[in-house]
Design a protein around this ligand. Structure first.
Ligand code: ZN
Length: 138
């Protein structure tokens, strides 16, 4: 677990995500799924190349200057044992919630102009995280 848990801006987080400080190719994501906490361990196979890319995060639809990484999670249960995994493009710093709320600057041109309310945007972010976690655990 990250050491700065108490200092995290909980009110502004749709999910908790962090990279393993000892191993930058690993990241973790914790969210709530059907009222229960669900945690997913992710690998970032392209960790070395993440700053070269400027793709769009599939969770928050931001293309941050800090980069987007393809993060892969082994599927739960037998499918995972057989080597099946699920991948998604995620902000390399996992700061999706803060980008959506405008609490962290993702850099110029990183976010689309949208007419959605913040509530609609955070609902979409939560739904995207839940859909990803459901794919991993389902
Ligand atoms: Zn993101």
């Amino acid at each position: 677990m990250p050491r700065d848990l108490a200092g995290r801006p909980w009110d502004d987080l749709d999910f908790l995500g962090w990279r393993d400080p000892q191993s930058p190719a690993r990241a973790y994501l914790v969210t709530e799924l059907a009222g229960r906490p669900a945690a997913v361990a992710l690998r970032c196979p392209d960790a070395a190349a993440r700053h070269l890319r400027r793709n769009m995060c599939s969770i928050c639809l931001t293309a941050p200057q800090a980069g987007v990484s393809l993060m892969v999670a082994p599927k739960a249960g037998r499918a995972g044992q057989q080597g099946n995994s699920v991948g998604t493009y995620l902000c390399s710093d996992l700061a999706c919630s803060l980008y959506v709320r405008g609490k962290k600057d993702p850099g110029p041109g990183a976010r689309l102009q949208e007419s959605l309310t913040l509530q609609e945007k955070t609902a979409r972010t939560l739904a995207a995280v839940a859909a990803f976690v459901a794919k991993v655990t389902g």
